[in-house]
Design a protein around this ligand. Structure first.
Ligand code: SAM
Length: 378
């Protein structure tokens, strides 16, 4: 898209709408066509999109030409300016928020806190800004342009997931997972708003209020965006096999490190992912499991809502080395069949004993953690 096209698109996206926060919609399972959305005006005290608001704009009264040009641009993938304009509209202005009082911070309620406490999860929040997402997804980093699927595990209000879906037409499936209800609801509303505003371009595939929502492009090759309200650790190993790019810009407490390591170990060989935590440190909780990741693009920094604008925040980028279930074949070790249920065993081939001893020495020193990793109940 040329710069002029981009400017025209930004103008058409912005001109086409005016903010009109809505509330209340019907719960509908497995919707095939347009969602049945009941529009009522909300009188909440805050103007950010918390529970009870749906940030969608005026009805779908846009000129055919504007819709056609938007559709063409969407199929080609939006540039930064256009995607920012589009998302600013969809999120009612709440894009590229900075500081510690963003809508994703303020929406948190007692239900979110209670559930996070029960699960031992962290609600720590911050967003990657639109410019940060562009760099994060470029060729030197997660290389979204050469991927089919992208998962945002801990998507918050879903902005990063939506931005990548709108920018990379090669992405057939973008999935966002979020534990906190109130953050999920903001994300859910953004997709409802899109389906409502652009009914000729997008169709709602499935929707259960507060649980999941899936949207697709009506024309062109099948492309889906899906948001789910659940714990990232509930994702099945089968689904993990389909993850090509993963964003794990999520704080995982130490008590869940072993669960996290086992989770990451189930990624396919070659999966590229970004973490907020340094996985080298996290992996110390896995005394007997060799490190299956290769770090790339060290010192990568991206613009975030909490970092200084010039510096960005430092993240960790990884590529999964070993295929699922293979720890260290070259050392003569085989993963036990029981490993998925949390019990490791190894078989030595006779060679490389000293290598092996050195390899596990760190683990033996951390034997105390083993019990925590693999409790008897697993
Ligand atoms: C730092 S925010 C990241 C937002 C977004 N991915 C981004 O990069 O802009 C991390 C999110 O992960 C969510 N989270 C934490 N633990 C989780 C879990 N176990 N399952 C799903 N989401 C989780 C938090 O509620 C929070 O919204």
């Amino acid at each position: 898209m040329t710069e002029t096209d981009e400017k025209a698109l930004c103008a058409s996206v912005t001109d086409a709408h005016a903010v009109d926060p809505l509330s209340e919609h019907t719960d509908d399972e497995e919707v095939d066509e347009e969602p049945d959305i009941t529009h009522t005006t909300s009188e909440g005290e805050d103007d950010y999109p918390h529970a009870g608001h749906i940030v969608i704009k005026n009805g779908p009264a846009k000129s055919k030409a504007a819709m056609a040009s938007l559709e063409a641009a969407l199929h080609a993938g939006l540039g930064l300016a256009a995607v920012t304009a589009f998302m600013t509209d969809v999120f009612g202005g709440y894009v590229d928020e900075v500081g510690y009082r963003t809508s994703g911070h303020r929406c948190i309620d007692t239900r979110d806190r209670r559930e996070a406490l029960q699960k031992g999860s962290s609600l720590l929040y911050g967003e990657v800004l639109t410019t940060g997402v562009v760099s994060m997804m470029d060729r030197q980093h997660l290389c979204a342009a050469h991927s089919r699927t992208l998962y945002d595990l801990g998507m918050g209000t879903g902005k990063l997931a939506l931005q990548t879906w709108l920018q990379f037409p090669n992405l057939e499936r973008v999935v966002g997972i979020e534990l906190a209800h109130s953050r999920y609801l903001i994300a859910e509303r953004s997709l409802i708003g899109i389906a409502h505003n652009f009914p000729t371009i997008f169709a709602l595939v499935s929707f259960k209020h507060g649980e999941y929502i899936c949207l697709r492009f009506r024309s062109g090759k099948p492309r889906y965006i899906e948001f789910r309200r659940c714990d990232l650790f509930d994702i099945t190993p089968e689904e993990q096999q389909d993850m090509e790019v993963v964003v794990l810009q999520t704080d995982i407490p130490e008590s869940l490190f072993c669960q996290l390591c086992r989770f990451l170990n189930r990624f396919c060989q070659g999966t590229r992912f970004l973490t907020y935590l340094d996985m080298c440190t996290v992996w110390e909780a896995m005394p007997t499991a060799p490190f299956p990741l290769c770090r790339f693009a060290p010192n990568s920094r991206f613009d975030t809502s909490w970092s200084s604008k010039d510096l960005g925040h430092r993240f960790f980028l990884w590529r999964k080395l070993h295929p699922r279930g293979c720890w260290v074949e070259e050392l003569g070790l085989f993963e036990s069949k029981q490993v998925e249920s949390g019990v490791h065993s190894s078989r030595r081939k006779g060679k490389g004993v000293s290598k092996l001893r050195a390899f596990f020495s760190r683990g033996f020193r951390r034997a105390d953690k083993l019990a925590r990793c693999y409790p008897a109940s697993e």
